[in-house]
Design a protein around this ligand. Sequence first.
Ligand code: GLY
Ligand code: MN
Ligand code: MN
Length: 430
Amino acid sequence: MKYDRIDSNLYIANRKKFTDKMTANTLAVFNSNDIYPISADSTMPFQQHRDILYLSGVDQEESMLVLFPNASNPAHREVLFLKETSELIAVWEGEKLTKETAFLTSGIKTVYWLQQFPTIFKQMMAEAQGVYLNANEHLRANTEVETREDRFIKQVKQDYPAHQVYKSAPIMHKIRSIKEAVELELMQRACKITEAGVRRLLAFIKPGVWEYEIEAELAHEFLRNRSKGFAYTPIIASGKNACVLHYIENNQQCQDGDVILLDVGAEYANYASDLTRCLPVNGRFTARQKAVYNAVLHVKNEAQKLLVPGTMMAEYHKQVGALMEEQLVGLGLISMEDIKTQNPDWPAYKKYFMHGTSHFLGLDTHDVGLWHEPISAGMVFTCEPGIYIPEEGLGIRLEDDLVVQSSGAPFNLMGDIPIEAEAIEELMNA
Ligand code: GLY
Ligand code: MN
Ligand code: MN
């Protein structure tokens, strides 16, 4: 692990949040991710499943967590099953968790090796009336790959057909959405690493530089600050590329007179940061570029004021739509006539601003959370309005990460990163 060990009290508290919501006489199981193959003997770098990580801190493959608060054997109320480590594994793969370091990491006293799972799980299930299974219920999840968790769910349903099945996902979405102070510190650290990367770019970006050279500068700065790297595939999009919302080729040369959109964020200890800034390649915005930039900044400044306890996300997105509509009329991009005759399911402003304004942020970039419940203190959202004008070769999006406070305006974890157009010009020409 590149990050410092996190205090196990975080995981003890997180498990309590989950078990407090469990029905009596049930147990819950959480699986790690697989190591995903490429071909031959190559694999992708391991990424832990965020739920087992949130509940145990175990950042290792082939791990399982069982929570059974009513187990008659007190040692079985919370149990980790880990891949058995050995001196041979230590030589080839490096250090894996021992029973002792697993306890130091998670605060869980009972640690078995994975090969003991079938026998011990059978005993536990014989005593339990029901089982919580952890299906992926993220609204945007869209993958054909069967995960380790998916395989486990199939197996349990086959082996234990008489048990009542419960859903872990709604509980996880609720508890993960409200961040503990320790988590906010880790997210702030991820944002500070992103800031270091962006500051490095202010003097680096010039006409003629290539998008991938910018990506390399960021990767360098992130890694030297103990991040594993980008929290998500970076978007480094100059000129018209900025109008492709998920542009990740990052293979074009930046031209004099263009604006470059950077949607980039470092991870730290598996927590994501998510930033977007737009910089003029030659250090100065044109009058038109600045007008569009300031329109987006105005919408962002007004929108983020709405990220307060009690706001409903559906209502928030409607209000941001109205803010954006006003700006697009001011820029001459849509007319009052367009608005009068618009399709209410796809309002006129969507021609230039076609994505959502905010998403939950945390261990996942598009983090889990309950979209139909009111916003509460401790939630973290991005705020990221944009205007995309392909006919002008210009796309502007501005994005910060905001912590909802119990009262007053949200706290901006990216608040030290310059955002005013003039401040950016000044720094690029210093
Ligand atoms: N970078 C992904 C997003 O902004 O949602
Ligand atoms: Mn985002
Ligand atoms: Mn982003």
